[in-house]
Design a protein around this ligand. Sequence first.
Ligand SMILES: [Zn+2]
Length: 399
Amino acid sequence: VPLSARSLTSAGVLLELIRTGRANTRSELANVTGLARTTVAQRLVTLFAHNFVIEAGGVPSTGGRPPAFLAFNSRVGVILAADLGATRARLAVSDLAGAPLAERTLEVDLRQGPAPVLERVEAAFRDLLEQVGRGAADVRGVGIGVPAPIALDRGAPIAPPLMPGWNRFPIQAWFQERHDAPVLVDNDVNVLALGEHRTYWRNVENLLYVKVDAGIGCGIVAGGQIHRGENGGAGDIGHIRLAGHEEIQCPCGNVGCLEAVAGGPAIAARLTRAGVEASTTQDVVQLALAGDRQAVHEIRATGRHLAEVLAFCVTCFNPSAIIIGGDVAAAHEQLLAGMREMIFKRSLPGSAAELRVVRGRLGDRAGVIGAALMVAEVVLTPESIDQAVEREPARLQSA
Ligand SMILES: [Zn+2]
């Protein structure tokens, strides 16, 4: 990112250099920015006064006193993060590096509508804050992942088929009324994709994160950033039509959608018809993990259906990696085995040559970690830090 001459002198830019590991001593900061050491020292006084930077011991050097190592103080504030699912919400109070300090899982039913669900999330946030000994003033941002397309300008879901009452409900504004800090709301798979990308795939420009659960969706990282498309609908692959399944009605109104054929509830329904009792995605996962042959067979079939769609995506988008997450993905290696084979068979050799198809590594914490990182990236920009040090009184007392 090119930095203007003026912005090079700001405390926010120095913090960015420290936080990203590009400069962690006073002389490195002077070298990288071209600033005089006295100017660097002045900016550091500001960052120390606001507790954004801590000195973390010495760096080994040959001869003389080791220069003090400067580190970002990720505990200077906290982020409230929530990953809302159809039946479960995972919540966390996280530090500014995205690491959860305290976590909680709530059983929820999004079909109850936004108010009762969000009230419980907010109450749990307050509990978690108390648990880690923090208060409202420590909250630097709120990040929420929702299983629906989100209009980013208004932070509201758009026509989510399985969430009656949530259409255009202003989730962002709802939390904004309760917190004096930025609130960001995004589609759950975008949040998941961001979490995995920033944690394990930072050096990769283009990847797809596919969530296979009750629903099926895809988060797209293009050029290192989340690609949302014109109105937040990019990657909604669960509603791509599979050939040969026209008899299956999808709640979205179309027929033969990938999600209606291969999502968790669809698998459960087929198992039940075959005499193996199952009603939820979790039932399917349990059966597969227990080695039920019918369930394993169904999960392999899901892998093939997914691969059919993903082979098209690979040709259109040419990603370096496809990360598979969600409960169904966790159930069996067979899902990935079947998918890899079919994706490579169906894609052009050129676009699939370097492609990796792997399981997500953050597991069921990917959502809260991604939601916290989504907020951190906004509240830690040099501009935001410069505004914060201007606006807030110095607070040297707590770390
Ligand atoms: Zn559909």
